[in-house]
Design a protein around this ligand. Structure first.
Ligand SMILES: [Zn+2]
Length: 498
């Protein structure tokens, strides 16, 4: 038997960043402390109330679908998906069934690993729907009551369904990371997984070929409600093993048993069987008579297209060329988000040295941000100031080492010196004597002294021990702080060779 190919498709639910819910004026803000405070007759499903579509939610959906290379339907409608559950007061969810507003797109991702290979993952459709509320079960063990919070009921969701094009759990994770980055660049969602703004269901099965050439596929399993990318990867890794063992035991293949719905127990790292999955026919979908269908004009589409930003993938390509950076460097910068990439570009332009700017931003700035738990917008050294500091390296006014000292000092003096300006850089350079010594006469005088005081090192060097020169350079640098080490080395070696 051939080794199995893993077939994965993902359904991602993204909460759109609107002020109000999708069919009423209630706030869609996350509010777990005041249950049911953000409700009205529409999202409570009271008789006689009528929903009205939130135009902004539709616009954010279209924006995302365009970025995912989808076709936008000129005509789309709303359908009722009927099922009973206590967190769904109307007894149906307003969704889109046979005429979603967009379909047939793709997202390009980098294959996991260092191959540099690009993979195009198909998007079957993206449609809009409303979220349900949340059941709160008493987990204290004392009581037996369950309560329901409908603050989330009616929050706008965008469901993005991929083709089963993903070939490994790692690739599924890479797709989710790229999708999340795109959504945050577009500012359509905050993608906060803790607050449930991004949720994922994964469909997975295995394709194999028997010795007689017969093609075998294992039954499809849907793993529901995965709340972190790591859990998506772990649940899929577990399923790949489990399905192979299951097939070896039972010989059951696709079509012989119904599609199975499973949950994931993160603590034990295993998936477990859940209730049977309904088929579309069980939901008795029909067009919602309370909502008018939506016609999408080309003027509206033009307006949405104009509001689009540069996408992460395009930005990586452009920045790699513009600043002569490696694929690794641009990935680190772009993947930190739009504000971080903007910060980098401003620094790079000011100091005219992309590589230097990238080193500082991805190492020094990122490290300090993480240690201080700051976002780039909160980071006290603004791009204009860092750009000014790095420009002094380009112009050979300070060494890289001295610039690092200034950087550390700027941050340590924070309490008294906010907002930090280029003037503070001048001050620190003056106070610490960090200005690069360009006066060769002064350097030569110090070098002469150091050589006179260190006959042993000089003798070692002259007997062929090249390393001995390091000790001499160190002593010179100690006396003349702002000296350029490259220059000092040249002068010391020249002097020793006489
Ligand atoms: Zn409401």
């Amino acid at each position: 038997m051939s080794s199995p190919t893993t077939i994965i498709g993902l359904e991602v639910h993204v909460q759109l960043q609107t002020q109000s819910k999708i069919f009423c004026g209630c706030s869609s803000a996350y509010n777990p402390t005041h249950p049911n405070a953000q409700t009205c007759p529409v999202c409570l499903g009271l008789p006689g109330s009528l929903p009205v579509m939130n135009r902004r939610a539709f616009e954010l959906g279209v924006k995302t679908a365009i970025a995912l290379n989808c076709d936008i339907a000129p005509f789309t409608k709303w359908d009722r998906k009927q099922y009973y559950y206590p967190d769904l007061p109307k007894g149906y969810q307003i969704s889109q069934f046979d005429l979603p507003f967009s379909d047939d797109g793709f997202l390009e991702i980098d294959a996991p690993g260092d191959s540099g290979e690009k993979r195009r993952i198909g998007i079957i459709r993206a449609h809009l729907e409303e979220d349900a509320g949340k059941n709160m079960h008493d987990e204290s063990g004392r009581g037996t009551d369950s309560q329901v919070d409908l603050n989330r009921a009616g929050t706008p969701l965008l469901e993005i369904v991929s083709q089963p094009d993903l070939r490994s759990p790692a690739e599924a994770k890479a797709y989710l990371e790229e999708l999340k980055l795109l959504l945050t660049y577009l500012e359509v969602s905050d993608c906060n997984m803790q607050e449930g703004s991004l949720r994922c269901d994964a469909n997975v099965n295995l394709h194999m070929e028997a010795e007689d050439g017969q093609k075998i596929a294992t039954p499809i399993v849907e793993v529901k409600n995965l709340n972190s990318f790591r859990n998506v990867e772990l649940a899929l890794e577990y399923e790949v093993k489990r399905q192979l063992e299951q097939w070896q035991k039972t010989g059951q293949t696709l079509g012989e048993v119904a599609k199975e719905t499973r949950g994931f127990d993160a603590a034990r790292g295993v998936t477990f069987a859940q209730r049977g999955k309904e088929e579309a026919s069980d939901y008795r979908y029909f067009p919602d008579p309370d909502l008018v269908p939506v016609t999408v004009s080309s003027a509206f589409l033009d307006q949405v297209r104009e509001s689009l930003c540069e996408f992460p993938a395009d930005r990586r390509k452009r920045m790699a060329v513009a600043y002569q950076l490696s694929d690794y460097d641009v990935r680190v910068i772009v993947d930190q988000g739009r504000a971080f990439a903007n910060y980098f570009e401003e620094v790079a332009k000011l100091c005219s040295d992309g590589k230097q700017a990238s080193n500082w931003v991805t190492q020094d700035v990122l490290r300090e941000m993480n240690e201080r738990r700051l976002t780039i917008d909160e980071f006290p050294i603004r791009a204009a100031v860092l750009g000014n500091l790095l420009e002094r390296i380009t112009k050979k006014q300070v060494t890289i080492k001295s610039a690092r000292e200034v950087f550390v000092e700027l941050l340590s003096e924070l309490h008294s010196r906010t907002p930090i300006s280029a003037h503070h850089i001048d001050q620190i350079i003056a106070e610490k004597g960090l200005a690069l010594v360009t006066d060769t006469g002064e350097l030569e005088r110090v070098i002469g002294e150091v050589i006179a005081k260190n006959p042993k090192a000089v003798a070692d060097f002259q007997s062929g021990k090249q390393a001995a020169v390091g000790a001499l350079i160190g002593q010179v640098m100690k006396s003349v702080k702002g000296a350029d080490p490259q220059k000092v080395r040249e002068l010391v070696v020249a002097k020793l060779r006489g």
